[in-house]
Unconditional design. Structure first.
Length: 195
């Protein structure tokens, strides 16, 4: 089983995160932010992975440190669980409709950190969650997962739907990318021989 457990303790957040790439979509999420709990639950479900997150953060300030630090832990967990990446498909993509919103996600577990984020989220908040934290979350993720991730909004006018589409699309694309191909079980998916 490809699993990872990450603990992060700072003056801003205390996080315990457990990831199983070969799970069945089970999520136990407690971030202190209801909207982020909802997004991570969707991500795990659509990603077909088991995810447990317990975070005690400085939410009396705002949700910035909580969102960013959870993303850092999640990215590190993916890096640890994938190891040398032998046998993985490596690439994944999803074009996901969420009512009026349409989100394109493409990912490459390339060993290189890059985020392409083209979103037009109309409101500053969904509930008490700052919508600008969506980009901060995925930026933290790609830095530690060392992957290339493109998230493009093709349509959408409802901020909740747009962000929900992002997390669902990312889950689906990542599910493809981390899946294994038995024909290449002992091979790293790169002509360079390393990722």
């Amino acid at each position: 089983m490809r699993k990872a457990e990450i603990k992060r303790n700072t003056q801003e957040t205390k996080i315990e995160l457990i990831l199983n790439l070969d799970g069945n979509g089970k999520a136990e999420i407690n971030t202190g932010c209801g909207f982020l709990d909802h997004m991570l639950t969707l991500f795990a479900s659509h990603g077909g992975l088991d995810l447990k997150v317990e975070c005690n953060g400085d939410t009396h300030v705002d949700y910035h440190h909580t969102a960013e630090d959870i993303a850092i832990c999640l990215g590190q967990a993916f890096a640890d669980a994938l190891g040398d990446k032998k046998g993985i498909v490596r690439y994944g993509s999803m074009l996901l409709p969420m009512d009026e919103a349409l989100i394109l996600c493409a990912i490459d577990f390339s060993g290189r950190a890059y985020l392409g984020f083209k979103m037009d989220i109309p409101s500053a908040k969904v509930g008490d969650f700052d919508t600008e934290l969506c980009e901060e979350f995925w930026l933290g993720f790609v830095r530690k997962a060392e992957c290339t991730l493109h998230l493009n909004q093709l349509s959408g006018s409802n901020s909740h739907h747009i962000i929900e589409g992002v997390f669902k699309a990312a889950g689906r694309a990542i599910r493809q990318a981390v899946s294994t191909d038995r024909r290449f079980a002992d091979k790293i998916p790169s002509t360079k021989g390393v990722l």
